[in-house]
Design a protein around this ligand. Structure first.
Ligand code: PCA
Length: 131
């Protein structure tokens, strides 16, 4: 079995302290990051990021994961039927740019527009942090 490493950018429930973080925890945290391009983030109970009607950069975290963790993430996010894993560019503090996998969603959206691309702030405001 191959043991390749994959860089993944997460912006939602996979963030540290949020409810699905355990799925990416076998990976290694690299840095905080912000997408180079603008996207549109909306949220209901969960966040969605779409390429349509982009308004801002998305804030999140970069990880390195192995094949098994990537497969677990794909299963969790319903790739490619619901969220779709795509490669995007992400800038870390200090300016390094990484090409990373990210779960985008063009099939659904939440009622709340997150106009600063920061789901952690929304999760805190809505009391959604994992205990
Ligand atoms: N989980 C993925 C996509 C949206 C979500 O809640 C993430 O955290 O990046």
């Amino acid at each position: 079995m191959s043991n390749r490493k994959h860089i993944v950018f997460v912006y939602g429930t996979l963030l540290k302290g949020l409810r699905n973080h355990h799925v990416i925890e076998p990976g290694r945290f690299i840095a905080d990051g912000e997408t180079v391009e603008n996207f549109r983030m909306t949220a209901g109970g969960i966040p969605y990021v779409s390429r349509r009607d982009p308004i801002c950069r998305i804030k999140g975290e970069l990880y390195i994961v192995d094949d098994k963790t990537l497969a677990d993430l794909d299963r969790l996010e319903g790739h490619p039927r619901f969220y779709c894993r795509e490669e995007i560019e992400v800038e870390a503090p200090g300016g390094a740019v990484f090409t990373a996998w990210c779960y985008l969603c063009e099939r659904s959206a939440g009622h709340h527009l997150v106009d600063d691309g920061d789901f952690r702030r929304v999760a805190q405001a809505w009391g959604m942090e994992a205990r």
